[in-house]
Write a protein that binds this ligand. Sequence first.
Ligand code: PLP
Length: 398
Amino acid sequence: MNTSEIQALNDRHVINTYGTRKLALTRGEGVILWDADGREYLDFFSGIAVCNLGHAHPGVTRAVTEQAAKLLHVSNLYYIEPQVKLAEQLSAHSFADRWFFCNSGAEANEAAIKLARRYWAQQGTPKPEIISAKESFHGRTLGAISATGQPKYHEGFEALVPGFHYVPYNDIEVLAATITPATGAIMLEPVQGEGGVRVPDEDYLKQVRALCDAHGLLLILDEVQTGLGRTGTLFAHEQADITPDIMCLAKALANGVPMGAMGCTERAAAGFTVGSHASTFGGNPLSSAAALATLEALTEDGFLDGVRKTAVLFHAALDAFAQRHPKSVVEVRGKGLMVGVEFQEPVMPLIQKLQEAGIICGPAGPKVLRFLPPLIIESEHIDRLLSVLESCVGELGW
Ligand SMILES: *Cc1c(COP(=O)(O)O)cnc(C)c1O
């Protein structure tokens, strides 16, 4: 099918929650994508921070094809070998002692919210309330939008799940003042993604951790976007030199096979007992095998060093771009290869122009251009992006 045939079928049969996209990508290899009409693109979005190892990664492809030929699914009524190996490996590379597997970021956050509530209920001192941040994004299920501090995601879906309080991100005083005896957990993204690629002050997460310790609260970090190497370390919280009690993962976990996970300490894990939570597909043989191969590649010696080096080049290139366009660029910000460029103008026309010129990237709110390239990009790709960006900005007269 060509692009217009795909579009016609979409417009007739798919519920229109995503709007018009004008593009159907049908094949990928590394950092390159091809559309249904055979045009080539350079990927600076990774399917929203999912394909961190790039497209058609040989190790992941091999793991998926081998597992698909062997066993796709049996349910969690049985032990699953790839799942237990994955849990072991995730624990070896993080603070978390125990894992619950699901299929998406929203579900990982649902699991975290349920675990936090049930943890306190189990203690005999229910503390059902959770403090999260304004401009946050935690997913689209009812619990996850209730945790999300952006009214646009709530509109028309009320009544929301009660018990959430939103505080300004990166403001420790307001956060401290919002804690009550009913507060059981604080839930944050280490870097806000969807809400505009917002990086908190150096010591913010450390102060939040200290606040949680002082009040005995559970700290939930939503690393769905920041996790799995995106910010230059396997998990973003490593750079703040803290550990949470609960961490949510999804997006890049299986490099494109749908998968979510919630990891937690032994103490927090006591909140869930037999029968308290479940998922039919969660951690099934296919997604677990893909995640195992993904984690193996991400933790290979030197891989994350390479990501950090590339990130330095990328930030320097974008900073130089910003200096050439002081009137149109407000700020370049981000961590590792999670980067936002805030413009004075809405960025959708720029994203469209970049797409026409063969670059795939996306927004983070109306005025922020968001780059989430595969972590395997090289300096030549950054050079190509910058030269295309320069000419697109020029065409817009910015
Ligand atoms: C994408 C995202 C989610 C939601 O993940 P889904 O897989 O779409 O449910 C949750 N939290 C953060 C930080 C995200 O970036």
